[in-house]
Write a protein that binds this ligand. Structure first.
Ligand SMILES: [Fe+2]
Ligand SMILES: [Fe+2]
Length: 121
């Protein structure tokens, strides 16, 4: 359940990312879902980074480095031309979902509090 102190755009975008990661593991999901993941990840990360820059968030370097790692994971997936079977995509989906969960409840939460305290939400 959403708390009144949550930032709506951040919450909604995380939800979309988790939904795309879930689609990846569905049988028959093609590469287009990976492209969708890359595009939406960029939309979301760029917006968080924009807030971090604008508010001169002290933790922005470490946070951007974490985003860059996730970006690299997706690029590596897309570079792999081999046929990606359902089992492989299931492992990938689980890995990325766990990563994102830790990120969302970890450093994203700290950023959220900082944005809320700054009054810029
Ligand atoms: Fe986020
Ligand atoms: Fe983030």
């Amino acid at each position: 359940m959403r708390k009144t102190s949550d930032i709506i755009w951040q919450d909604a975008q995380h939800q979309v990312l988790f939904e795309i990661l879930d689609q990846i593991r569905q049988p028959g999901a093609g590469r287009h879902v990976l492209y969708q993941l890359r595009e939406y990840t960029e939309t979301h990360f760029s917006l968080e980074e924009c807030y971090m820059e604008k508010l001169r968030y002290p933790g922005r370097d470490a946070h951007i480095r974490a985003h860059d790692l996730f970006r690299q994971e997706i690029e590596q997936l897309l570079e792999n031309e081999a046929e990606q079977d359902t089992q492989f995509m299931d492992v990938i989906s689980t890995f990325l979902t766990e990563w994102l969960t830790r990120h969302v409840f970890g450093i994203d939460k700290q950023l959220e509090l900082f944005i809320l305290e700054s009054g810029a939400a």
